[in-house]
Write a protein that binds this ligand. Structure first.
Ligand code: HXC
Length: 510
């Protein structure tokens, strides 16, 4: 009996060594943790239960039968993050570069199926070279089965990918179908085809970092939702994100104890909006002063910075925030900002997370670059996302809400539940200057008359009251009581019951 127990320990120890000490050392030398070390950092201490530790590949081509490594390049199982169940898989780069074989794929599918059946989030830690080249179509088939499961789980359980090494081929497409992707700076890359293939096909010379590093994917392509300096930081931040998310689309949003009363007023907000309407201010200050204890998890912080998206809590419960940022391009809506916020709003709606929207938007960005780039379709994405969302929607107009952008930004007309405005709000078709130059074109040469018309336009339209008179604004509130008013609105909406008509699925303008 003792020998059998010992045999188990020996086998486990061998499996834990993955591709061997030399490859583990190489991994550490590159500043990367191993798959098991990453899981240890990510999960609550001692909570990891591993599955399929002894699974090996079944390939016999290219002499593969001689190199079989227990676990076959991926560590899978489940554990907890602050006590809540999550499923995990971590690619082991020390074993065939973490590449995916038929059996490796089956291990991932097993945890995908379990996560879906048990309605718990699944987190993939990626450090891998795509399909196992020696296995050919068996590996391709394996990927497609993983992709299919990604799609079926989309909108049912949260799926998160963390890119922690060079990832190519299937190891970028599976993450691309998950809800959030995070990267580690300087050690992780994502590309469909690597620099060597790029050189052969297009004759471009490009480094891995230039082609698919964290800076590319967080600032240019918007493939990644955030980047961190090292493995540990990335994993701890993803734990923080998991704390904000519900277990599934039928679970309530998580609630934790709130240590900041919502009754306190914040007088500093009364002077947040500058007297000069063309001066910027930082909308993040309003977000941080609205959420519990200033704890805000921003998504896509470095991309389309003219809109801010992220998670916070109010009275302990998760809320999604979408806010125009006057500090960047005056908070204008362009294609990138629209796509970024649309995806975020849809995530919140999938998982019953209420959306709070702060509006200070001068309109959509004009110009050929935007129009040729499909602004109509991208802007429509955000309009569509807000309009279809059935979660509680609380909107606050702090300053400008001009033109189509007024409609788009969770207006009353798109089933906004509670729509507030500060007294500084200006809700109009456009700013005074533009409006006067169009409707009083005949007086354009007379500065005195133009000034008079402008003043009249400002007095009449650049206030919240015209909209409030029509009921498009439920109430004009004092800036200092924003947190309290939003908390009250969200409390009121806790039992909101709204359903869209039955459909197979919608046809959002992609
Ligand atoms: C088998 C692989 C492998 C793969 C790496 N290895 N990728 N083995 N299949 N796909 C092995 C290497 O042979 C090596 O083994 C070890 O992993 C480490 O690889 P290195 O090349 O030494 O590491 P590095 O220099 O860091 O480069 C990492 C890499 C590179 C950028 C990932 O290995 C690479 O380009 N691999 C191929 C990527 C690729 O084209 N994959 C197929 C994509 S197609 P030893 O024994 O020396 O340690 C695909 C299809 C699905 O995925 C598409 C669905 C849409």
């Amino acid at each position: 009996m003792k020998e059998i127990l010992h045999e188990l320990e020996v086998r486990r120890e061998r499996a834990r060594m993955g591709g061997g000490q030399a490859r583990i050392d190489a991994q550490h030398k590159r500043g990367k943790l191993t798959a098991r070390e990453r899981i240890d950092v990510f999960l609550d201490e001692g909570s990891f239960e591993e599955f399929d530790m002894f699974v090996e590949h079944r390939s016999t081509d290219f002499g593969m039968e001689k190199t079989k490594i227990a676990g076959d390049g991926v560590v899978t199982g489940w554990g907890t993050v602050n006590g809540r169940t999550v499923f995990v898989f971590a690619k082991d780069f020390t074993v065939f570069g973490g590449s995916l074989s038929e059996t490796h794929a089956q291990k991932i599918m097993k945890v995908q199926d379990m996560a879906l059946k048990n309605r718990a989030p699944i987190i993939g830690l990626y450090d891998a070279g795509g399909a196992r080249i020696q296995e050919g179509v068996a590996a391709l088939g394996g990927y497609a089965e993983v992709f299919q499961r990604n799609v079926l789980a989309s909108g049912v359980i949260p799926q998160i990918s963390v890119i922690m090494g060079p990832c190519a081929g299937g190891d970028v497409y599976s993450p691309a179908m998950t809800d959030f992707i995070f990267m580690v700076r300087d050690t992780s890359y994502m590309f469909v085809t690597g620099p060597d293939v790029v050189k052969t096909v297009t004759n471009e010379t490009v480094t891995a970092e230039e082609l698919g590093g964290a800076s590319v994917h967080t600032t240019k392509s918007s493939i990644a939702d955030g980047a961190y300096d090292n493995d540990v930081d990335a994993l701890l931040q993803v734990r923080r994100l998991v704390d904000f998310l519900p277990q599934s689309n039928t679970s309530p949003v998580p609630e934790i104890e709130c240590f900041q009363s919502v009754e306190e007023i914040d007088a500093s907000l009364d002077t947040l909006v500058p007297a000069n309407a063309n001066k910027p201010y930082d909308i993040k200050e309003l977000i941080l002063k609205t959420v519990d204890e200033g704890d805000f998890f921003e998504i896509q912080e470095s991309f389309a910075r003219n809109i801010v998206c992220g998670f916070g809590r109010i009275e302990g419960a998760t809320v999604g925030f979408v806010a125009n940022q006057p500090m960047v391009l005056a908070g204008v809506l362009d294609s990138d900002a629209s796509r970024k916020a649309a995806r975020f709003v849809r995530f919140c709606d999938c998982f019953n997370i209420p959306v709070v929207t702060f509006v200070d938007v001068p309109g959509f960005l004009p110009g050929t670059a935007q129009e040729y780039g499909g602004l109509i379709k991208h802007g429509a994405k955000l309009l569509f996302a807000f309009a279809e969302a059935t979660v509680p929607k609380v909107t606050l107009i702090t300053r400008k809400a001009y033109g189509g952008a007024y409609d788009v930004m969770a207006s009353k007309h798109l089933r906004g539940d509670i729509n507030y405005a500060w007294p500084t709000a200006q809700i109009a078709v456009m700013g005074a200057k533009g409006a006067v130059e169009i409707i009083f074109r005949k007086d354009i040469a007379d500065p005195e008359k133009i000034a008079e018309h402008t003043k009249m336009y400002e007095d009449r339209f650049l206030s919240p009251f015209v909209a409030a008179e029509r009921g498009y604004i439920d109430e004009v509130i004092m800036p200092h009581s924003t947190r309290k008013r939003i908390a009250r609105a969200l409390r009121l909406l806790r039992n909101k019951d709204l359903e869209n008509p039955w459909k197979k699925h919608d046809n959002i303008p992609l």
